[in-house]
Design a protein around this ligand. Structure first.
Ligand SMILES: [Zn+2]
Length: 264
């Protein structure tokens, strides 16, 4: 017990050691001592309950993930805690693909993670990063023009959240020296991002996916080769806004721009 014990010796008396003084004090003022102990116990209990409450409110493994389709392969995903952009900002309308509302870049969330599949303008716009301090990850030439402190090393992405991990796969896209597809495992959900991958080789090795994002040419390739994609749902993205696409089954969703999906 570490309480302040007043010096209860009379002047002139030989001073007693702290240990002895504590004993004397406890005998003289037993009520005071028990009150102190009780107070400590109460504080301990309050702190413990607070800790339990905070622990229960901390982001758990089963938080829902909300995904917004921004256009082309552009996505915004969040579980209310971590914020992730994929292939956004891109150059609006590049190569005849989707435009997006001009305010979208200005309303980008602070402290987000930016991941790119490759550096083509319909996926990545360097100018979109000029006015910000946001950090990004992507294969050359995505990060080529940025200073080192604005680039993530790949392993750093996996330190971002307790229930968040990402794996990259080197996949093929014409006229792109390097192209990555990604598997994101987040709050017990498995989300696969194809980007502009042209063959179903890599996606065919995935199993137990909750959601797969794939362009129509990849789905063509899969169906031509009789490959079944092991996923609960496919979102067919990177469709030019003018093109109409047949829904190839209930599993395939062709999203409208800014449509939101929730993975629970
Ligand atoms: Zn593209």
């Amino acid at each position: 017990m570490n309480i302040l014990v007043p010096n209860i010796n009379h002047p002139g008396q030989k001073s007693l050691s702290l240990k002895v003084r504590r004993k004397v004090y406890a005998v003289r003022y037993p009520k005071y001592i028990t009150m102190k102990t009780k107070k400590k116990k109460i504080i301990k209990t309050i702190l413990l309950s607070l800790f339990i409450i905070v622990a229960n409110f901390a982001p758990g493994q089963n938080e829902a993930i909300e995904i917004e389709f921004l256009g082309n392969c552009g996505l915004f995903m969040t579980d209310g805690n971590l914020k992730v952009y994929v292939d956004f900002p891109y150059k609006s309308g590049a190569y005849g693909y989707m435009t997006y509302r001009p305010g979208l870049v200005d309303s980008i969330h602070e402290n987000s993670i930016f991941i790119f599949t490759h550096g083509h303008a319909d996926h990545f716009n360097r100018k979109g990063f000029k006015q910000t301090n946001q950090k990004l990850y992507g294969p050359w030439p995505v990060s080529f023009f940025l200073s080192g402190k604005r680039k993530y090393k790949f392993f750093e992405l996996n330190d971002k959240g307790q229930n968040f991990s990402i794996t990259k796969f080197k996949t093929k896209h014409r006229l792109s020296l390097k192209h990555y597809s990604y598997l994101i495992e987040w709050n017990n959900k498995r989300i696969y991002i194809s980007g502009d991958d042209e063959s179903a080789d890599t996606i065919s090795t995935m199993d137990d996916l909750d959601l797969a994002f794939a362009p129509y040419w990849l789905l063509h390739n899969a169906s031509e080769r009789g490959i079944k994609i092991q996923t609960k749902q496919i979102i067919l993205y990177h469709h030019p806004s003018v093109e109409s696409i047949d829904n190839k089954g209930e599993k395939v969703i062709v999203p409208v721009q800014y449509q939101k999906f929730e993975l629970e």
